[in-house]
Design a protein around this ligand. Structure first.
Ligand code: 9MR
Length: 337
């Protein structure tokens, strides 16, 4: 017994890591083949927490590396690639029959310093090589790629980034075409934050999708992150997704969570459950909505408290991996589909 505990500690398992509790149902089973139910995954608990791994394997049919495939993580120094965290997740997914959403190839954030310093043609070459290398490595293992992430500002203009500055609007198209040369089968997506409801950003996003399709650029789907809060699901969410689906594209909810002011009381948790429910219902109502991914599945690991002090409790399970009302609601929606 004592030796067992010591062995766990030696392997780096946190003493206070929760065990997986029995949850009242299995999301991936209820969703069946209708849609993938996914989550963002962190490397640290994937390595260190058995309870986290157990819930991850059992509940979800799709996984997204929360950070492990970002350029700064993969290649902090030019030419020195570190695949360890990304490989760990891909191996886990293969072992548990899960799809992988590769996230993300070209994004304004989390780039290595050396990329931020490149100019013009050199940057174009580096981006192409990055995409070919990463997509090529995971061919047949990563089913879906967020090739282009968050290309717009809230006002619908192109987001300022090294790519936009050095390469102009064409970087998104170039990224998609390059990804297609590296993997003929993977579903290629653009993914956006805050474009859930009609408005300048969603309209610019729609115009981009239309334009790419009209010019024969390889594009299979559009992602809507769905980072929501107690203010609820914005009006027009469903209609907005439907117009993209009507273009012949798959749509996906890629990063759903519902941030609350801490500590959240029972009323806030009820409200949160309703928001999750509506997100799930919206996806099910749209035939082309092929996946519903949450941005972390336990309040123990979520970007919200780390970036929005005083807010949190945004996920389906509490810090001990116990079910919140939101989990039961999503389960109920999937059961009744
Ligand atoms: O959840 C991610 C967090 O751990 C990182 O620190 C952060 C870095 O910017 O990125 C977070 O994930 C983002 C995702 O990759 C793209 N959409 C917005 C997500 C939340 O910021």
């Amino acid at each position: 017994m004592v030796a067992g505990v010591a062995a766990l500690l030696l392997r780096g398992v946190k003493e206070d890591a929760p065990r997986a509790v029995t949850l009242p149902g299995v999301l991936r089973e209820e969703a069946g083949t209708r849609l993938a139910v996914g989550t963002a995954v962190r490397d640290e608990p994937l390595r260190e927490e058995r309870g986290y791994r157990t819930v991850l394997a059992r509940q979800f049919s799709s996984v997204t590396p929360e950070n492990a495939m970002k350029w700064a993580v993969l290649e902090p120094e030019r030419g020195k690639l570190d695949w360890s965290a990304a490989d760990r997740l891909v191996d886990f997914a293969v072992e548990h029959g899960q799809a992988v959403r590769g996230h993300t190839l070209v994004w304004y954030s989390q780039n290595p310093a050396w990329v931020e310093g490149l100019k013009g043609a050199q940057l174009r070459q580096a981006v192409r090589e990055h995409i070919r290398t990463v997509v090529g490595r995971y061919r047949r293992k990563v089913a879906v790629w967020d090739v282009v992430n968050e290309p717009f500002e809230d006002d619908g203009t192109r987001r300022k980034s090294v790519f936009q500055r050095e390469l102009g609007d064409g970087w998104a198209e170039d990224a998609l075409r390059t990804a297609r040369t590296a993997d003929a089968q993977a579903k290629l997506y653009i993914n956006e934050i805050g474009a859930e409801a009609p408005g300048p950003k969603a309209d610019a996003y729609f115009a981009l999708a239309q334009d790419l399709l009209a010019r024969g650029v390889p594009l299979d789907g559009v992602g809507f992150q769905a980072h929501f809060s107690e203010s609820g699901v914005p009006d027009g969410f469903r209609e907005n997704l439907e117009r993209f689906a009507a273009l012949g594209l798959d749509v996906a909810i890629t990063e759903a969570d519902v941030a609350l002011e801490e500590p959240a009381d029972a009323a806030a948790l009820r409200l949160q459950a309703r928001v999750y429910e509506e997100v799930a219902r919206t996806c099910l109502a749209i035939e082309r909505c092929v996946s519903l991914t949450v941005w972390g599945f336990t309040d123990r690991f979520s970007w919200i408290p780390e970036t929005q002090p005083g807010r949190g409790e945004a996920t389906l399970l509490d810090e001990r991996l116990g079910p919140k009302r939101a989990f039961r609601e999503v389960l109920r929606v999937l059961e009744g589909r």
